[in-house]
Design a protein around this ligand. Structure first.
Ligand SMILES: [Zn+2]
Length: 392
């Protein structure tokens, strides 16, 4: 394998946890990459020789974004639903059924083509790791094929058969639960790293605490890691359930009380609160108070929740700008949450931080510092640094 030295780095943001802001910023630094791993970081003047040299001419290098929550395998279009919601129609999770119908009707090649285009889009925005959930198939066949297609693009695949109860089971939820934790889980588990559940008693389409516990317990027994959609539409049991069962992440956390925050703080090494402010933006909902969570000692992550209903954006820079503008995070806290924080939510230590031995997943910013991520909302300054033309 060939080695590459990256020079001309105006600001190197390692997110290695050091320094007052945990960003581990280095100036006049160089990075050497060997066999797709970070082999050396140090002063540019002392950089060892390498086969290839890339001069980035004063730009900023950051860890590639880790987007730890997405629903990218789908077909169909819900632009009209978004427009109606902006004109005052409330969201209750029911639009998922529209995407389920369109996704079931799509061919494998169509789903693969749509997913590939979305992956290219997010890499062009600086994301180098993407978690991808199933959940728009909701039959054994359609969930398995969604996970198989997702697995062609990412190792972080999540079985979300517990997204909603599909329309054909609306009158018999128990039968769907039996299918979900039985044949569907058995078929899906070999193609998934995680299991997730939309625990939301405020939605008639989603799952209550007892149902969610049943799904997660079955998933754990099938050796899947646990993730939870919780406390999105109102205060609910999702956060406490996630902490109790040792989930790696509980996502949304829009409505939290003191008990939830205390539990998340006590479980900060195990369970990450993943915040998805793009959803609040696109559903015109109140934002969670991320600064309060950090002050309490909670581990937080930022992700897009890119999906066709409540946030059709794969832009992590936009999520960072929302987190700073609307949730009280500093630009440093937001960048850390979008890289090292979201890596923690996937229980990964080889990504999200630029340290020797980690994956060489780098993003480059057309900017003199990382501050421009929040400072220049909507401007495409970030992109994944493509060393070898290999997507992963
Ligand atoms: Zn989601």
């Amino acid at each position: 394998m060939s080695s590459t030295v990256i020079t001309g780095i105006g600001e190197l943001v390692t997110c290695d946890g050091t320094g007052p802001d945990r960003l581990g910023i280095k100036r006049d630094a160089a990075v050497v990459i060997d066999d797709n791993l970070i082999a050396w970081i140090g002063a540019a003047a002392e950089a060892p020789a390498a086969d290839t040299r890339i001069d980035i001419e004063g730009r900023t290098i950051i860890p590639g974004f880790v987007d730890s929550h997405s629903h990218l395998v789908f077909a169909g279009d819900r632009g009209a639903e978004f427009a109606a919601r902006m004109m005052g129609k409330p969201y209750d999770g029911g639009g998922i059924g529209v995407t389920v119908a369109a996704t079931r009707a799509a061919t494998d090649d169509e789903l693969r083509r749509l997913l590939a285009a979305r992956i290219a889009e997010l890499q062009a925005l600086g994301t180098t790791t993407i978690e991808i959930k199933s959940g728009y198939g909701l039959t054994v066949h359609d969930e398995v094929r969604a996970l198989q297609i997702a697995g062609e693009f990412s190792g972080e695949t999540t079985f979300l058969g517990a997204h909603v109860v599909p329309a054909e089971y609306a009158e018999d939820r128990a039968a769907y639960l039996d299918l979900l934790v039985g044949p569907m889980l058995e078929a899906a588990a070999p193609h998934a790293r995680w299991i997730d559940v939309f625990c939301e008693p405020h939605s008639p389409h989603a799952f209550d605490a007892e149902e969610a516990r049943h799904v997660l317990t079955a998933g754990a027994a099938a050796a899947l890691g646990l993730r939870v959609h919780g406390n999105q539409l109102g205060h609910g049991p999702g956060v406490l359930l996630a902490v109790e069962l040792g989930a790696a992440s509980v996502d949304h956390c829009t409505y939290l009380d003191h008990t939830d925050i205390d539990a998340l703080a006590a479980a900060a090494d195990a369970t990450v609160a993943t915040l998805l402010p793009g959803v609040e933006f696109c559903t015109r909902s109140p934002y969670p108070d991320a600064a309060r969570l950090l002050a309490a000692g909670v581990s937080i992550a930022l992700a897009t929740d890119c999906n066709p209903g409540t946030c059709y954006s794969s832009s992590m820079p936009w999520v960072i700008s929302l987190a700073v503008r609307e949730m009280g995070l500093s630009p440093a806290q937001a960048l850390f949450a979008a890289t090292a924080g979201s890596a923690q939510s996937l229980r990964r230590t080889d990504i999200g931080r630029l340290v020797i031995g980690n994956r060489a997943d780098l993003a480059v910013l057309d900017a003199p510092s990382y501050l421009h991520l929040a400072y220049r909302p909507g401007v495409p300054i970030a992109r994944a640094l493509d060393l070898h033309g290999i997507a992963h």
